[in-house]
Structure formats: C-alpha cells, structure tokens
Ligand binder design. Sequence first.
Ligand SMILES: CC(C)(COP(=O)(O)OP(=O)(O)OC[C@H]1O[C@@H](n2cnc3c(N)ncnc32)[C@H](O)[C@@H]1OP(=O)(O)O)[C@@H](O)C(=O)NCCC(=O)NCCS
Length: 375
Amino acid sequence: MASAGAGLEGVVATTSKICFIDGDQGVLSYFGYNIHTLAENATFEEVIYLLWNGKLPNREQLSDLTKSLVAERELPGEVTEFLRSVPKDAAPMDVLRTAVSILGLYDPLARDNSIEANVKKAAKLMARVATIVTSFDRLRKDQPVLPGDPNLGYAANFLYTLCGKKPDEIMERVFDVALILHADHELNASTFAARVTAATLSDIYSAVTSAIGALKGPLHGGANEDVIRLLLSTRSPDDAVQSVKHKLENKQKIAGFGHRVYRVLDPRAIHLKKMSEELGKRTGHSELFEKSARVEQTVSELKNLNANVDFYSASTYYSLGIPIDLFTAIFAVSRMSGWTAHVLEQYRNNRLIRPRADYTGAPDGQRWTPVENRS
Ligand SMILES: CC(C)(COP(=O)(O)OP(=O)(O)OC[C@H]1O[C@@H](n2cnc3c(N)ncnc32)[C@H](O)[C@@H]1OP(=O)(O)O)[C@@H](O)C(=O)NCCC(=O)NCCS
C-alpha cells in the first residue's frame, strides 16, 4: 500500500468541478471564473449561485436566489433561545458550530437526503448562518436582535444586523468582495471534513457542522483572529517588525503567512491588501495597514513566506468595525457557500471516503496480562 506524506500533502483525494487552484502560478477560479474577475465584477449572491449551479445566474435566477436568501433569514425561535442562553463570553465559533447543528433539529427536511431537499437546505444554511453570527453578537451585548432589511443584499444586511447601522456603498462593497474571496478554496481542511461526513450519506447539517469545527483551528480560519491580535499588541510598525523577528527567532509561526498549496502570493491577498489600505485611510486605521505591510516585508525577507488570505482580511474586518472574535465566524459565513456546493457535488456522485493508515504501532500478537500483574 502506498503511503501518503504527512498531512496528505500533494494527495489528490477527489475530482471536483467547483474550484481550481494553481499554487505555483497563484491562480484561483470558481467554475473557470478567475477570482480577480469575480472580485472586480460579481456580487456574493452571484458567486453563491455560481458555486451551486456551475454557471452565472441570469437576472431572473439571481432575483429568485436573492429572494430565497432573504426569505430564509429568520431563525427558528428555539435557535434564538439557544443563542440567548449561551454564556456571553462563549467563543463565537463554538456557538456557531452548535447553533448550525441545532438548526437541523428544527428543519422538517433534515432527514430528506434528496438533491431537491439538499438544495433547499443549502439556501436555508446560507441565509441563517449570517443571522446566527449577528444575533449572537447582539444578544451577548444585551442589544435587541434586528430582523434584517429585505431590501439589503447579503453583505449589507450582515453589516446592518451586526452594527445596527446601514453601511455606506464602500463598506458594503468591501465586505461583499471579502465574502467572494473566502467563498471556496478547493479541498481545504474544512471542506474536506464536510465531504467526508457527506460521503457517509449523513445529512448536510452534520456535514457543515464538521466543517465549522475544522475551520476554527488556528492553522485554518482561526488565523485571522491571531493576526489582528498580533498587530494590536504592538505600538508601532517598528515594534510590529521586532515582535515578528522575535517570534521567528523562537521558531514560532506568524499567523497569516504560509500556505500548503500556494508557492507564490495568494491571489486573494492582493485584493484584501488593497482594501485594507483604502479602508484604513477612510476609517483612521492606516497604522494598522502600515504595520501589516512592514510585517509582510519582514516575513518575506526572513522566511520567504507570502501572506495568505487571513493576513489582510484581519485589518480589513477591523476597519469595518467587526468585533475581533467574529473574524473566523465571518470566514464561516462566506465559506458556507463553498461547503454546501461541495456537499451537493459529493451527494451527486458519492462514494464513501475511507482511506487507510500506515500502522506504526506494536505488532499483532501481544500477550495478555491480567490487570493485577500489570506494572
Ligand atoms: C498554512 C500552514 C498551516 C501550512 O502548513 P504546512 O503546509 O504544513 O507547512 P509547514 O507548517 O510544514 O511549514 C513548512 C515550513 O515553513 C515554516 N512556516 C510555515 N508557515 C509559517 C509561518 N506562518 N510562520 C513561520 N514559519 C512558517 C515552517 O516552520 C516550516 O519550516 P521548517 O521546514 O524549517 O520546519 C502554515 O503555513 C501555517 O501554520 N501558517 C500560519 C497559520 C495560517 O496563517 N493559517 C491560515 C492558512 S490560509
């Protein structure tokens, strides 16, 4: 039996039509649409449609999707009650993971694993994941949950129901682009987790619950929170550089750098860097961008590592006024579109995912020792 390298590096585990990455050239596309094309032209709703259907929507299809995402925003009362009941200092990713799992209990379609039912459940998940994050944040601050505005698109409604204020056009577009950039990324750890769960023919709620659990780790989506904490813990760009040098001398990793697949700059980081700079100027957080740019330069010089998607998304979200501990949850809100697309693709052409392990333990045939004789 051939053995895969540590962390399954370089292993091709499935076929998929959804997302293409060329890590040597820095190319990322969803169904053949380059990420730069999408970041410059698409709305997040168009990208959701693309990921689920493999093509861009016409006007009517887009309008239908937008309406269904608005119609499904409201949470079952039991889920809101759960959000009200959790400790106010609970980690948002833990709350999100559990709340998404609870959603399945109150969906009459939960046990229907037909493609039609799963398409409907994907829309519910997509709409409600945002409501869970914004509602939890408001409830923990003793603020009333806002019902959302049916005239606002996905990105604008998220910011409105989070902050209680409608975003201006620039804030809305920045957030929309951030959602587009995080929407899918081939067989990353959380998407793989979702596909493994779906491949047992378990339900879509279980699959995305697995994914959220995988995303929260600091080697995956959790990195964006670590990035901002590092930046905010330093007094100046020079201090940020010193702090990073110190970490590297002590063989510590710098959050927001390195990637399993990209050997050149992550194409998503290009847009996030630009947005971080522009938004920083508008919102008075330019120093955060300056620190980020100096840290990027230092890590590049000392370790030859590039910034990944999490590095500049940190300062971008901070400048949007988003609470730090929601950063990873926002990644989950966007990635819900990719997870559900992959789960639907898995169901359409399923085979159980069950690899083998290269056993390195004691040989078979160990002698049994009664408990009283064991040392
Ligand atoms: C993303 C990541 C998990 C990829 O991991 P990987 O492919 O398993 O790569 P490794 O952890 O084996 O790293 C390979 C080498 O680069 C170094 N390296 C990788 N990322 C690094 C980072 N962020 N800071 C400093 N060194 C890093 C490792 O220490 C290792 O060096 P060594 O060979 O001298 O021991 C890794 O780069 C990382 O931990 N990054 C920080 C967390 C992060 O930003 N995650 C979000 C990813 S989008």
